[in-house]
Design a protein around this ligand. Structure first.
Ligand code: AMP
Ligand code: MG
Length: 419
């Protein structure tokens, strides 16, 4: 077991270990189920979505106006309106020479027309129109050609795509009332600690409520996992062994607490008794330094059981989940993209005055769009350490301070982790 912090992987090294592990998991086999499109948000495609028709299925006008030949109409001469088509109809004939055809947004363009001129750019007198002076029209203006977006038979969404509103709309447009998706990975959450009482109880002296249970449940669901089992263990070997023994059928085990260096941090020894292999037992980061990642053998079940031992402090638990465990949840669910959500923002205000070179730090922060400067700003949220849930609840990101940097000055661009 690693004990000296100098032998611990850096955040970057630990992230690379988990990313590589996740990459292999994505390629392994996953169970498949069918869901109605209405229930598909957040699910991961197990079978590609293909186009059953050209999209658009016909040359489509994107404006209310007049289908025309760009060259003819550009003379600004009056031309007769030879017909009219609105969305849902098909043109009754081709566009005659030296004529225009009234057309509505979404309607098929008549054969022979190569452009649509916007109604606002024309003047009309009875059944004739002309292009207003100062306006011009070029071929293909305001027309989306048949098949311009995709061709019949094209693969539009590959397997492993996470379905959001846009992807669901695309599947609907291709005639999929339901889709095949991967089964959600079954995640077991084990919270440890003698001091914990259930949420609906009033803590006695020295006790606190088990908030990590609820938080991790929300994080697991958010990452596409299925909360399969919640377990509780006290800080003793028997209780931990009993809880670990029933978690073996999960796809992933998350353990909260008991991984620091204290006398009652008994999770690592319990995992060792199971015959676990540890990929790392600590990371040079803050919060989250005690994080443990490994795999345990499963009698008779073939594949090993991946586990994370998350530090018990709530913010440490959340940050390490988002940076590491969420990748494994997504990968177990077959998602192609498993990386955490990062962005950049301008550090508008910071309360952080203590540099901790050697540790990558994740400080609770709040980003917001600055209308005046036209940039994303982020300010650190003042906090009392990684147990400060009120401060965490005021945050929507973490400001990332790289390990080779002490304090970051206000005004600098910084990396942020979205919460
Ligand atoms: P540990 O990692 O077990 O040493 O716990 C570190 C800190 O996190 C202690 O202050 C614990 O009381 C707290 N903690 C541990 N587990 C939980 C939990 N499930 N919910 C809220 N706080 C917790
Ligand atoms: Mg504990």
């Amino acid at each position: 077991m690693q004990t000296m912090s100098s032998s611990l992987p850096t955040y970057g090294e630990a992230a690379a270990i988990v990313a590589e592990y996740a990459r292999k998991l994505v390629d392994s086999s996953h169970e498949v189920e069918r869901v109605e499109l209405a229930a598909a948000r957040g699910r991961v495609l197990a079978r590609a979505i293909t186009a059953d028709l050209d999209q658009p299925p016909f040359a489509r006008s994107t404006r209310d106006g007049f289908a025309c030949r760009a060259e003819e109409i550009s003379s600004h001469a009056w031309v007769p309106v030879a017909g009219a088509t609105h969305a849902g109809e098909i043109p009754s004939g081709p566009l005659p020479q030296h004529a225009a055809w009234e057309i509505m947004t979404g309607a098929p363009v008549p054969a022979g027309a190569d452009a649509v001129v916007m109604i606002e750019h024309t003047e009309r007198a009875a059944d004739r129109i002309r292009l207003l002076d100062g306006r011009s029209v070029s071929p293909s203006d305001n027309i989306v050609a048949q098949g311009a977006q995709s061709r019949r038979g094209d693969e539009l969404l590959p397997t492993g795509t996470v379905l959001g509103a846009g992807q669901i709309a695309l599947a609907a447009s291709c005639g999929y009332p339901s889709v095949e998706v991967y089964a959600r990975p079954r995640v077991a959450i084990l919270t440890t600690g003698d001091e914990l009482v259930p949420v609906d109880e009033t803590p006695g002296p020295g006790q606190i409520r088990n908030s990590n249970g609820s938080m991790l449940e929300a994080l697991v669901v958010g990452a596409g996992g299925d909360l399969w089992m919640t377990l509780r263990a006290a800080d003793n070997a028997e209780s931990l062994d009993a809880a670990l023994s029933v978690s073996a059928e999960a796809d992933l085990l998350l353990i909260s607490g008991g991984v620091s260096a204290g006398k009652y941090d008994l999770v690592e020894p319990a995992l060792q008794r199971l015959g676990a292999t540890f990929h790392f037992t600590g990371v040079q980061m803050q919060p989250g330094k005690p994080l443990v990642f490994g795999e345990a053998p499963r009698a008779g079940l073939g594949k090993t059981l991946p586990f994370f031992g998350l530090p018990g402090n709530p913010i440490s638990s959340a940050v390490t989940f988002l940076l590491f465990a969420a990748q494994v949840v997504r990968a177990l669910g077959g998602a192609r993209e498993t990386a955490p959500g990062f962005g950049m923002a301008r550090l508008s205000r910071t309360t952080d005055r203590k540099g901790k070179p050697g540790l990558t730090r994740f400080l609770p922060g709040r980003y917001s769009w600055n209308e005046k400067s036209g940039s994303m700003d982020v300010a650190t949220v003042s906090w009392h350490g990684s147990g400060d849930l009120p401060a965490f609840a005021r945050s929507n990101c973490c400001v990332v301070i790289p390990e080779d940097v002490g304090v970051i000055d206000e005004g600098a661009m910084v990396r942020i982790l979205f919460l």
